[in-house]
Design a protein around this ligand. Structure first.
Ligand code: B12
Length: 212
């Protein structure tokens, strides 16, 4: 039997081929796909996130681990999609206007997809109205906004102000994140949720969309 801890450990070291192989083996052995995801891949990514927060590792290591995660997710994705025939919810995700940082946003997107949510990634430099327009078109349940610059955080407030004036008010949940963003800021601007990292973003979105 594949040791899921080994998957997590190899992932923290960015060993993409090993991680992919072990995940494939675990699936072939008939392992529980959600368990492989949670106790293998996401457990590993959570360690990577913690180490990054403590400055024990830096952006390149995070990216290498994220790449390993992405490859491993390719193995799991068909099973996850099959299992969640009715997806848990739809999220429009983007980095706010004026901001080009997307590493964290991409990690959040990957983790959400891994957890069974449908993610519509709008990319970077996304105008407040764009989030609302696409959410409306695609009947999204939640908008995820990322900002890495203190100067672009006000774009989150603008999006919420626009949302409150739109027909989607109350229907579209908003979760925000990014290094300078805090729970206090989320409360101040009236966001529905905040998460400090990709792993907890999944928990917060699950809570917000509990009706699914
Ligand atoms: C990589 C990087 C860049 C890259 C971005 C590449 C890319 N494709 O993203 C490049 C080189 C392009 C860049 C450019 C700039 N950068 Co820069 N950059 C960084 C750096 C080193 C790392 C950011 C990162 O990717 N972290 C890794 C990820 C995994 O962490 P994260 O983004 O925080 O995401 C996690 C959480 O925040 C959360 N999260 C993130 N998004 C979301 C969204 C939701 C919905 C939720 C729930 C959670 C969530 O989950 C993620 C995963 O756990 C930071 C320094 C730092 N240590 O943070 C500076 C930093 C953010 N940059 C900074 C600056 C100033 C700039 C520039 C203005 C520099 C310049 N003079 O040109 C430009 C701005 C360009 C622009 N308009 O956006 C400053 C910001 C200062 C400030 N307080 O505003 C920082 C803090 C560096 C510094 N100490 O000065 N940068």
């Amino acid at each position: 039997m594949v040791d899921l801890k080994q998957i997590a450990e190899d992932l923290t070291k960015g060993k993409a081929p090993e991680v992919k192989e072990l995940v494939q083996k675990a699936v072939d052995e008939g392992g529980d796909v959600e368990k492989i995801l949670n106790e293998g891949i996401l457990a590993g990514m959570s360690v990577v996130g913690d180490r990054f927060k403590k400055n024990e590792i830096y952006v390149p290591e995070v990216l290498i681990a994220a790449k390993a995660m992405k490859q491993a997710m390719e193995v799991l994705q068909p099973f996850l999609t099959e299992k969640d025939t009715k997806r848990k919810g739809k999220i429009v995700l983007g980095t706010v206007k004026g901001d080009l940082h997307d590493i964290g946003k991409n990690l959040v997107g990957m983790m959400l997809e891994g957890a069974g949510f449908e993610v519509i990634d709008l990319g970077v430099n996304v105008a407040p109205e764009k989030f609302i327009q696409v959410a409306k078109e695609k009947s999204a349940d939640c908008a995820g906004l990322s900002a890495l610059l203190t100067t672009t955080m006000p774009a989150m407030k603008q999006m919420i102000n626009s949302l409150n004036k739109s027909a989607l008010k109350g229907d579209l949940k908003v979760i925000i994140g990014g290094a300078p963003v805090t729970q206090d800021y989320a409360d101040e601007i009236g966001a529905d949720g905040y998460a400090p990292n990709a792993a907890s973003a999944v928990d917060v979105v699950k809570e917000l969309l509990a009706k699914f």
